[in-house]
Design a protein around this ligand. Structure first.
Ligand code: SF4
Length: 266
């Protein structure tokens, strides 16, 4: 069995959610504009490093989603997101703080690691390169609001960065955050993950896989509103037995479990 960060993180959010997604085959419909825009934007970034015209790549990729019935949040629209994306690409190119050597090898780089005799773990890291001339692992994020930078050092607790540091054995990690707001902004956040954090993450992976293999899928008890994960969970219709909600948000694709492919979608 091949596991990924997304699988482990879904299980830790709520074991029942893991069961809905990976055992029963329910998946969210690809109608979230922000997510599809994020994918198109990442392809445009790849285009930039491969010396293509990133704005043209963004337009091409985002245009492919134009006629889908996308769900936009707040005041977003297809045109507005495109405009913000182009402004963000211009800002990123002008600032010129990130460099990737051999982009074909160092973008969307696959890493895998055995976690037991019969299981392995796979991750696709956005890039290995340099931020301000210093080598690090890089993750791209697109968002409509700034990532918090306080308290100091907060980024070192980001579980995805800890995971990628664990699987690559690279201590220096960074997130480049593309913030789509009225005045667009690119945040360059970097931190160092310690050996102890990497070791603990490895233990967390082994422990989570043990619980999955012993079929522990009780629903997470949740925390009261507004932190209750059920309020934003795509599987809430299944847990409430409400077919309308299920039909609106999910599609069932039972069959071979290729859950690790989610890594490429999030
Ligand atoms: S709705 Fe709540 S209990 Fe059900 S899968 Fe989602 S988080 Fe878990």
């Amino acid at each position: 069995m091949t596991y990924s960060y997304t699988q482990i993180s879904q299980y830790l959010t709520c074991p029942r959610r893991y069961r809905h997604r990976y055992l029963d085959g329910w998946q969210e419909k690809d109608t979230r504009a922000a997510m599809l825009f994020g994918r198109a934007f990442e392809r445009a970034l790849a285009g930039y490093f491969l010396r293509e015209d990133p704005a043209a790549v963004l337009f091409r990729e985002w245009a492919a989603c134009r006629d889908q019935r996308l769900q936009y949040s707040n005041s977003d629209s297809w045109d507005r997101m495109l405009q913000q994306g182009i402004q963000l690409l211009e800002r990123f190119c002008q600032e010129d703080r990130v460099h990737i050597r051999q982009p074909r090898r160092n973008l969307q780089k696959k890493f895998s690691r055995a976690v037991s005799e019969k299981n392995d773990f796979v991750a696709y890291v956005d890039a290995i390169g340099k931020l301000d001339e210093s080598r690090c692992l890089l993750e791209w994020k697109t968002t409509s609001s700034r990532y918090p930078e306080e308290p100091d050092g907060l980024l070192a607790l980001d579980p995805q960065l800890v995971c990628y540091s664990w699987i690559t054995d690279i201590a220096d990690v960074a997130q480049v955050v593309f913030v789509r707001k009225r005045l667009v902004e690119v945040q360059y956040l970097r931190t160092t993950i310690t050996d102890e954090q990497r070791q603990e993450f490895g233990q967390l992976v082994e422990d989570t896989i043990r619980r999955i293999e012993s079929a522990q899928f009780l629903p997470h008890s949740g925390i009261r509103f507004p932190q209750n994960p059920c309020s934003t969970c795509p599987y809430v219709g299944l847990c409430l037995g409400q077919n309308e909600l299920v039909k609106a948000g999910l599609v069932r694709r039972p069959g071979a479990d290729l859950g690790w492919l989610d890594e490429l979608n999030y």
